[in-house]
Write a protein that binds this ligand. Structure first.
Ligand code: SF4
Length: 604
């Protein structure tokens, strides 16, 4: 592959009068000296085509998505460019016309679908009102229209369902109602902003399938915004990769996934786990620069492993790599081919001798009178990672909370190094509390906002009498180094850190107690794939170097393949299948496991 002369290639020939064409779009912050949030953006969305827009948090994806509706968040303005829809520039239309187009012809499905539904109005009435508002159908036909809309997204459309309120639906159902509402006015274009984040794999699989089919059968031009490359690999026809407010690579999905040309795309692909093979994941050092602090030259140069001197001085343009495939890099065609098998590592040996540290026997767990976990038996060996996998409500977090001493309503036995663990953490010895550390899913809620990072990480050392004073501070610095944060953050409060950085602090705090078992509760699910990659690599180092064992709760089977040796598949509070990761994932016996594997988005 070789680079050609700089030239903007939007990835396909624009078809005027259909879909959406974005030309040279710039969104800026006038209040901050006019710094760019997004700039130099050219993109074409064809009817019946899904374009995946990917990149880390802060890359400008949502800004692009809302700009397609002629909208920006408070404080930002679209100060340059065109958004052509049916030969009209949205940015030059009176606001009444733009308002009319929004929702009717260009629809938006938000990340939080519940925000799109009125909690006080029954689902059926909301759909009928929408049709009424848009002047679609007659008073008699609207109810049937609402039923058809629900059936189209795979939801029940009987009277009982129509009478429900939003709070009486599951997360997946709410998401599909939001989709039905977006499709009812038969829009020509659709912006989907991380619409499946937070859904379990089965629901996500169903929603993705429905979305793809609806877009293609209705000829809708769709932009699918996500940080999850595996989802894009499943739904998109073309992919645009964004970094620091610009598209850095654009092309057909197969081309971008098989022959990524931009070092950033390659680094993202190196960060993601595969279902079919264990991989040594790697993160991307540093973080996406915020508007106003983006470096000169190539915006990626301070994180790029291929950077050369001129990358810091010369601003790269989007150049054509092959027809329909372009990348914004000075060294396009000079950095060699990307090798998908580079990170592949052998699966954990299923026959390896095991020395259990944690043994759960016949565990029943209750919330009040209802039993939510039924007779679960499992163990975790020293220096081993055991994954607990299942959909929402399968009981995986409940089991891990019992192990962590955070839930007391259970019967059965939980033994740690042969000794029975009492139920609540208060009833446990300080040594047990020290040796079993829990890391929570949400790093935004698990760190005390009033304390500095130094105080947060020091706390377990003081609590368990491990170290104090200067010795403890030195140890904090050491731990922050281990989690790749460094001493610069010592005096910060958590609010100054990104989600990934906060989760590293939470890991450092857990390590400060010198634990033997980490209970990791969906600890990477809220993070970018690049941060997930670096955290998984950190945990793997800790397992090897310190012999730490881990109970790893997740719904991501691909991640299980890369991090765990054994897996327990849970459904409705029961273990339905268990064994070594390689056995369960290569030759699943149970239909439920097969379904989970089939619904997991895959890039391999
Ligand atoms: Fe890396 Fe240089 Fe290419 Fe930027 S221009 S992506 S720094 S090689």
């Amino acid at each position: 592959m070789s680079a050609t002369t700089p030239q903007t290639d939007t990835g396909a020939t624009p078809k005027q009068g259909s879909g959406i064409t974005v030309e040279d779009l710039r969104v800026a912050l006038p209040g901050r000296g006019g710094v760019d949030v997004v700039d130099d953006l050219d993109l074409v969305l064809h009817p019946g085509e899904v374009v995946g827009l990917v990149g880390e948090s802060g890359s400008g994806k949502t800004t692009v998505g809302t700009a397609l509706l002629g909208y920006t968040r408070a404080g930002a303005v679209i100060d340059h460019g065109k958004i052509l829809y049916q030969d009209r520039d949205l940015l030059g239309l009176p606001w009444q016309e733009v308002r009319q187009l929004r929702g009717e012809e260009i629809a938006y499905v938000p990340q939080d679908p519940a925000a799109a539904l009125n909690p006080a109005i029954r689902i059926g009435n909301q759909l009928v009102e929408l049709l009424e508002l848009r002047g679609i159908g007659t008073a008699e036909s609207r109810l049937q229209g609402a039923r058809d809309g629900l059936a189209e997204v795979g939801l029940p459309n009987n009277d009982e369902f129509l009478r429900r309120y939003a709070h009486q639906l599951s997360g997946g159902q709410v998401q599909r109602v939001a989709l039905a509402m977006a499709f009812l006015p038969k829009p020509k274009a659709l912006v989907l902003d991380e619409p499946t984040t937070g859904l379990d794999v089965t629901t996500q699989g169903m929603v993705l399938k429905t979305m793809g089919e609806l877009c293609r059968s209705h000829g809708v031009a769709a932009l699918y915004i996500t940080h999850d490359l595996a989802v894009v690999a499943n739904i998109a026809d073309r992919v645009a990769v964004m970094y620091a407010g610009q598209v850095v690579e654009l092309g057909e999905k197969e081309t971008v996934f098989r022959h990524p040309s931009h070092p950033y795309t390659r680094a993202l692909l190196d960060s993601i786990p595969h279902l079919s093979q264990a991989r040594a994941l790697s993160g991307i050092p540093g973080r996406t620069p915020a508007p106003g602090s983006r470096p000169g030259g190539c915006r990626f140069h301070d994180r790029c492993r291929h950077a050369v001197d001129r990358c810091a001085q010369t601003v790269p343009e989007l150049v054509t790599v092959t027809p329909g495939h372009s990348a914004r890099c000075l060294l396009v065609g000079e950095i060699g081919d990307w090798d998908i098998s580079k990170g592949v590592v052998p699966d954990s040996d299923p026959k390896k001798a095991r020395d259990p540290i944690l043994a759960i026997e016949d565990l029943d767990v209750f919330y009040g009178r209802s039993k939510v976990v039924h007779g679960v038996t499992l163990d975790v060996a020293k220096a081993e990672v055991v994954a607990l996998v299942g959909e929402s409500g399968s009981g995986k977090t409940t089991i891990s909370r019992c192990v962590g001493g955070l839930h007391k309503e259970w019967t059965g036995r939980i033994r740690f190094e042969g000794e029975d663990l009492p139920k609540g953490s208060r009833a446990r010895t300080a040594t047990d509390r020290k040796r079993i550390q829990y890391i929570f899913q949400n790093p935004y809620l698990s760190l005390n906002p009033r304390l500095t990072i130094e105080q947060i990480v020091k706390r377990p050392m003081e609590l368990f009498g491990i170290a104090s004073g200067k010795e403890a501070t030195d140890r904090v610095v050491e731990l922050l180094d281990q989690v790749a944060l460094g001493p610069a953050v010592l005096g910060y409060q958590a609010s100054r850190l990104s989600g990934g950085e906060r989760q590293r602090v939470a890991i450092a705090r857990a390590l400060a107690a010198e634990p033997d078992l980490l209970v990791c509760d969906e600890i990477t699910s809220a993070l970018d794939v690049s941060v997930q990659g670096s955290i998984v690599s950190l945990l793997e180092d800790l397992r090897k170097s310190r012999g730490i064992s881990m109970l790893f709760v997740t719904h991501n089977l691909a991640l299980v393949r890369s991090i765990a040796a054994r897996v327990q598949i849970l459904n409705a509070g029961r273990v339905v299948e268990a064994g070594s990761v390689v056995e369960v994932m290569e030759s699943p016996r149970e239909d439920y496991t097969k379904r989970l594997l089939a619904n997991s988005p895959r890039v391999d």
